[in-house]
Design a protein around this ligand. Sequence first.
Ligand code: C5P
Length: 229
Amino acid sequence: ERLWLVVPAAGRGRRMGADRPKQYLTLAGRPVLAHTLARLHQAFPQAQLCLCLDPDDDRFDPAWVPFAGWRRSPGGAERADSVRQALAALADEAGDDDLVLVHDVARPCVTVADLTTLLSALREDPVGALLATPVADTVKRDDGQGRIARTEPRDGLWQAQTPQGFRYGLLRRALERAAAGGVGVTDEASAVEALGLSPRLVPGRRDNLKITHPEDLALAAHVLAAQRE
Ligand code: C5P
């Protein structure tokens, strides 16, 4: 079966408060997007890439794409729309049993080891798999007024990362169903869960962080430097 990589990179990064979307902020001398694509290419040089980009994006440079086989797809209103539209764009080429890994452009620190572990898990799992880490902090639910309503038991709680991997047919069906039902999903797994299926949790590294807030950029630079040592 073939391997497709879908990289949603059409976000505008409002939480960053920067002058540009976070995938174009400079990390160790290169844009975040270039780092993320380089890691994916290192792990899966033969994969086919579909990159979701805002149609109005005027910063993107194809020189940052190391893949021989790649295409771009216009981003949607939300992340799930970007991924759903990318899958639709692959319909003529992708088979239902092809493997798809969806990876946020904002996670440049994912390691080749975690990427290959996840792909093996996906190959062997009838549903699909995602990288995740057990929740380390004690988790509070607020009452809407800045006070604690309750403490959520931390046992058995995980933070979902990306990549998240599924077979093409299943993932496409799950995201189409979520969109049609008006269910807002923030990752692929939740769309698949809504079909009554249970994706496999694959313990990943905690340093596969998502660049979301300005301070995350310095953290990511540190992680990349430490991983090179
Ligand atoms: O907003 P957040 O950081 O959760 O976004 C996760 C990923 O989804 C980012 O890589 C971002 O570029 C992408 N995204 C997208 N289309 C949108 C919104 C976000 O491709 N409409």
